[in-house]
Design a protein around this ligand. Structure first.
Ligand SMILES: *[C@@H]1O[C@H](CO)[C@@H](O)[C@H](O)[C@H]1NC(C)=O
Ligand SMILES: *[C@@H]1O[C@H](CO)[C@@H](O)[C@H](O)[C@H]1NC(C)=O
Ligand SMILES: *[C@@H]1O[C@H](CO)[C@@H](O)[C@H](O)[C@H]1NC(C)=O
Length: 174
């Protein structure tokens, strides 16, 4: 009986904690999203390229080079797959030793349920198999976003690079 009572009051205290503690209150206003899409780049220096070097230092590490881009991202890997939006920003060669760049960019949705919303990404891309960058904020349906975005090369031609992207986002409910 005593054991039952005390487990009862423990349960009550637990409930009280769950419904009043700030992290849980915050969690109830947060939604977690996983977005999968494909980023289509047309390499610098070819017709209709979506990336240009504004500075090209021609070092093997890329150090000192500056690249501006306006790439599209789509539902799938095929170039004619439905459009989702545009990825706009810049990359700066920032490593003296290995090929690597720090990027600052925004994924801006132009169709679908996230039309007009965007999220911002900051972080380093290296020659490694998977890029892992930080989602640092967002607008519209991605307000207060934080999370991370992984990228891996899914297809290449002599003029294009297509990346599979997986974004894991915590954002305010809207
Ligand atoms: C470049 O874009 C134009 C206009 O969309 C298109 O007609 C042309 O075929 C494209 N060129 C290449 C090489 O993709
Ligand atoms: C996306 O939003 C813009 C601006 O509100 C609007 O003009 C456009 O028609 C929308 N596109 C789609 C596909 O919903
Ligand atoms: C890419 O390959 C195609 C053939 O698949 C060729 O016609 C074209 O000239 C090549 N472009 C470059 C920039 O090497």
């Amino acid at each position: 009986m005593t054991a039952q009572l005390s487990s009862c009051s423990f349960f009550f205290l637990l409930l009280l904690f769950v419904f009043t503690s700030p992290p849980v209150a915050m969690a109830r206003r947060t939604r977690f999203l996983h977005l999968n899409f494909y980023l289509h780049e047309i390499n610098p220096g070819v017709p209709n390229s979506t990336m240009i070097f504004v500075v090209n230092e021609h070092r093997s590490s890329g150090f000192g080079s500056v690249l501006i881009f306006d790439n599209v991202f789509r539902v799938g890997v095929q170039p004619d797959s439905p459009l989702l939006g545009r990825e706009q920003g810049l990359g700066v060669g920032s490593n003296l030793q290995v090929y690597s760049g720090i990027t600052a960019l925004e994924f801006i949705f132009t169709t679908g349920r996230y039309n007009g919303s965007s999220f911002a990404v900051f972080g380093t891309v290296t020659g490694g198999a998977i890029s892992d960058r930080t989602i640092i904020g967002g607008t519209g349906r991605f307000r207060m976003a934080r999370g991370y975005i992984l990228g891996r090369v899914a297809a290449t031609t002599n003029t294009t690079t297509t990346w599979e992207m997986n974004a894991y986002i915590a954002a305010h409910r809207s």
